[in-house]
Design a protein around this ligand. Structure first.
Ligand code: SF4
Length: 699
């Protein structure tokens, strides 16, 4: 009988935070046919252009397939010995403050867990940060201030049952396409209204019932104005405020100072007062409202305040944790959430614990850790500044390209050249970060070759499963960490043989001595055997030991994770933009993604179909500004800031705001020598979250 093909492998898309389920059918030639997984509750079979082109991105061209030391091919034994030896030397000579690891929202939870445990528990350094710092750390800080925990209260289903969807700083049509399609379907089926708050007339704004082209940076003023309007229209939920929150009066008083009425709000935000009034009316009159926010909120010098201004209006109306209601953070990367869960940020420990004495002790006991970090480490921008100053001497970069993606990218690239010990684990054989003097190159397994879990924007943990053999000498990142840990004398604590064993430990830690004090608890998954882990269906957390596994929401009846179990209203600070335009740099440069590319295009750049959407880096500019600068559509512009410059194709765009520029982030020195816009971006960070402002650099 003819041989039947094996069933496709159920895995998860490696791109955005929607976390779509994917079916991959290998073709025995190193490729695979890709389809959406109809049984995955995040996408029900849909894929966007990027997801559906995954089969075109599997070639091994340009891959890093063997370890190297100082540019010469090396054995794994030598490369791991040298990696461990370098960290040991710097640690012995300069202490834990001189070492760091910089991770990625592309890593799997198991990779993240292993790296975090090694550095924070066994090397004594909390200098463990991630490119997710550039992506959603303002949401983390905002959530923790309001809820006492980093909790996304709702689920994707709420987007389909809401009557009003407010998208703030989110071009979901391009950046979270499958979720956006679910919203549009609800709009058609139920007549839900969509409001988009964004300086640009994006593809998302095109479909909105109302677009508020706000001046970059002023979102919290708009939501302060909304809080005042809700109070004046009698649209507050006094019962919820009284029973479940604190600090309401201070927040409302501050909101009145910042945005006392519609006219003042509109003036502060550069908006038409009639549009502002319409938005306030809609919000006040609609019970089922979800407010979604993404990088336009997070990547801001006041990102945390923006998040809290949004959360404030949901707390004030009691519209949280109930069907079709709530504030909703859209995470950018496939596993930004998983990274948060294991403590991949330098100011978190593990399982959503912080650096308080009790949590440090808990984690130390659980790990039996010999050298526990006792204080927060450096956040991304500070970490690379410390590299620049020579204070961090040994750095391990895993699966990310900070020489392109960090603000002041030229300075970051130059700083890395100072490192005494510089290790990069990567899929690709060359990029800007490897080129910045990486001494040791470790070939990491890529999507389709490695096994583990990711968590999407609605707290849903899904399996990524391998369907291709490991190529060359590539190995999973978690395995690389175990080998280095073992050479540093910690073999017993890192004695995992499979990613399932790492996951079980992570799940057990989440439940360890947790008496309802933490939101993140997946204790029910701590005893999965290998078969259960392999077959794990997508599951939302929490998944507590003994509790039924079902779709979950938080906070409908209070139960916040603050000491008094009440949500805190935050009195946001008056808006002071990080930097104001000058005569030399009169525009505000906004950066972001385009529809068909992902990060630095290491994967999406291999698909001709995706590359044909937009073929080169560009600068978007309003027609009046273009005319003033003597620029024509299709010509070139040199764009400069105090930090660097880029030469970009001009797109004259009537939907742009006057005085605002937009450029995509994807191009690198290798793909466009003049189009690396990270070099232009200033390094102002939100004081609460440490997340840099990537939306308003004077240029
Ligand atoms: Fe992948 Fe996001 Fe597209 Fe889904 S929406 S297929 S997760 S890129």
């Amino acid at each position: 009988a003819p041989e039947q093909p094996a069933p496709p492998t159920r895995t998860t898309c490696p791109y955005c935070g929607v976390g779509c389920g994917v079916l991959a059918q290998p073709d025995r030639m190193g490729g695979a046919t890709i389809a959406g997984d109809p049984d995955h509750p995040s996408n029900f079979g849909r894929l966007c252009s990027k997801g559906s082109a995954l089969g075109e991105t599997l070639s091994l061209e340009g891959r890093l397939l063997h370890p190297a030391i100082d540019g010469a091919r090396a054995s794994w034994t030598d490369a791991l010995d040298a990696t461990a030896e370098g960290f040991r030397r710097v640690l012995d000579e300069h202490g834990p403050g001189a070492i760091a690891v910089y991770l990625s929202g592309q890593l799997l939870t198991e990779d993240y867990y292993a790296a975090n445990k090694l550095f924070k528990g066994f090397l004594g350094s909390a200098n463990v940060d991630t490119n997710s710092r550039l992506c959603m750390s303002s949401s983390v800080a905002g959530h923790k201030r309001a809820f006492g925990s980093d909790t996304v209260p709702g689920t994707y289903r709420d987007l389909e049952t809401a009557d009003l969807l407010v998208l703030v700083g989110s071009n979901a049509a391009w950046c979270h396409p499958v979720l956006y399609q679910r919203m549009l379907a609800a709009k058609v089926a139920r007549g839900a209204k969509i409001v988009v708050i964004d300086p640009r007339r994006t593809a998302t704004a095109e479909e909105a019932d109302l677009h508020l082209p706000i001046e970059a940076g002023f979102d919290s003023a708009l939501f302060c104005g909304l809080l005042v309007a809700l109070a004046e229209r009698g649209a507050l939920n006094d019962g919820f405020i009284d029973s479940h929150t604190s600090n309401f009066t201070a927040a409302l008083d501050r909101a009145r100072e910042i945005a006392p009425d519609v006219a003042a709000t509109a003036a502060a935000c550069g908006l038409n007062p009639t549009d502002v009034e319409t938005f306030f009316d809609l919000f006040a009159a609609t019970e089922r409202v979800v407010t979604l926010y993404s990088q336009g909120v997070n990547q801001s010098a006041q990102g945390s305040d923006k998040v809290n201004a949004i959360v404030n209006v949901h707390l004030a109306t009691g519209r949280i944790g109930r069907e079709g209601m709530g504030p909703f953070s859209l995470t950018g990367q496939p596993n930004a959430m998983g990274g948060r869960e294991v403590g991949g940020l330098s100011n978190q420990l593990a399982a959503h614990m912080g650096f308080d004495v009790e949590s440090i002790e808990k984690v130390r006991r659980f790990w039996d850790a010999p050298r526990m970090a006792r204080a927060e480490g450096l956040k991304a921008v500070d970490m690379f500044d410390a590299v620049e100053r020579g204070e961090i001497r040994a750095l391990w970069v895993m699966g990310t390209n900070p020489a392109v993606s960090l603000p002041r990218a030229d300075a970051a690239r130059a700083a890395m050249r100072n490192l005494e010990h510089f290790v990069v684990s990567e899929n690709v054989a060359s990029n800007d970060t490897l080129g910045a003097g990486a001494k040791i190159r470790l070939p990491a397994a890529a999507w389709g070759e490695k096994d583990g879990t990711v968590t999407n924007s609605e707290r849903r943990i899904s399996r990524q499963r391998a369907f291709l053999a490991l190529p060359g000498q590539a190995r999973p990142d978690w395995w690389i960490v175990t080998q280095v840990a073992s050479r540093l004398g910690f073999a017993e604590a890192f004695d995992w043989r499979t990613p399932g064993e790492v996951f079980r430990e992570h799940a057990a830690l989440s439940a360890f001595e947790n008496n309802g004090g933490r939101d993140f608890d997946i204790g029910a998954l701590a005893d999965l055997d290998t078969r259960d882990y392999d077959k794990l269906e997508p599951i939302q957390w929490p998944a507590k030991t003994g509790a039924a596994r079902k779709e979950t929401r938080f906070f409908a009846k209070g139960g916040f994770f603050t000491p008094d179990r009440r949500a805190r209203f935050v009195a946001v600070e008056p808006i002071t933009p990080a930097a104001t335009p000058t005569r030399t740099f009169p525009y505000r440069l906004n950066t972001g993604r385009i529809r068909d590319q992902w990060h630095t295009m290491t994967r999406t750049g291999r698909s001709p179909r995706l590359a044909s959407h937009i073929i080169e880096p560009f600068i978007e500019i309003h027609p009046a500004d273009a005319a003033r600068e003597g620029l024509v559509d299709g010509g070139f512009a040199k764009v400069s800031s105090s930090h660097g410059e880029a030469v970009l194709r001009v797109r004259v765009e009537p939907g742009a705001r006057q005085g605002a520029l937009f450029a995509p982030i994807h191009w690198t020195t290798e793909t466009s020598s003049d189009g690396r816009v990270g070099a232009l971006v200033h390094a102002f960070v939100d004081p609460q979250s440490g997340q840099p402002d990537a939306k308003a650099t004077p240029a």
